[in-house]
Design a protein around this ligand. Sequence first.
Ligand SMILES: C[S@@+](CC[C@H](N)C(=O)[O-])C[C@H]1O[C@@H](n2cnc3c(N)ncnc32)[C@H](O)[C@@H]1O
Length: 172
Amino acid sequence: MFVADRLAHAEPGVGLDVASGEGRNSLWLAARGWKMTAVDFSEVAIERGRAVSDEVDFVVADVLQWEPEERYDLALIAYLHLPGENMRQAIERVASWLRPGGELFLIGHDESNIDQGHGGPQSPEILTRVEDTVEWLDDLEIVEAQVVRRPVETDEGRVYARDALIRARRPE
Ligand SMILES: C[S@@+](CC[C@H](N)C(=O)[O-])C[C@H]1O[C@@H](n2cnc3c(N)ncnc32)[C@H](O)[C@@H]1O
C-alpha cells in the first residue's frame, strides 16, 4: 500500500524490485510504465511471477551476490528481513546500483511492531530500525524516514502494524 501511495504519480523509469517474491510490486509498477526487474532467490516465487506476466524481467538470484548490468531510477526493497550485517550489506549494494537522482524505497516491519503493532516476524534482530538504516545510506539524500502504521483487518476489527519506511535519493 505504501508503494502505491508514494509512487502512483512518479515518472516511470527503470526499476529494480529486490527480494520481490512473486513480484506484486513489480507487476503494479510495470502496469504504470516502469521497466522492471524483479530479483528473488526463491525459484518458486520467481516462476509464479513469470507465469503471471512477461512484462517484468524475473531473475532468480541472491541479492548478496548478484551484480546487475543496469543502473536504476528506483530500487525497491519490500519486507526483506535479514540479520543486521547482512541487511546492511544488501542495502548498501542496492543503493550503489542507483543512477544519479535514483531512489531507494525500503519498507519493512519496524522493530516496534513486536510490542506495539500486529503480526510480522517476532525476532528483533531481523526487524528494521529507521535510525540504523538511515546511517547505512549516508551517501544518499533522505526523502522520508519514519515509522508508518499499516491497517490490517482481523476478525476482531481493524488493527495496525508498524512498518519502517525509508526513501533516499542518490544526488544528481
Ligand atoms: C516477505 S517476502 C517479500 C516479498 C515482496 N517483496 C513483497 O513485498 O511482497 C521476502 C522475500 O525475500 C526473499 N529473500 C530473502 N533473502 C533473500 C536474498 N538474500 N536474496 C534474494 N531474495 C531473498 C524471499 O525469498 C522472499 O520472497
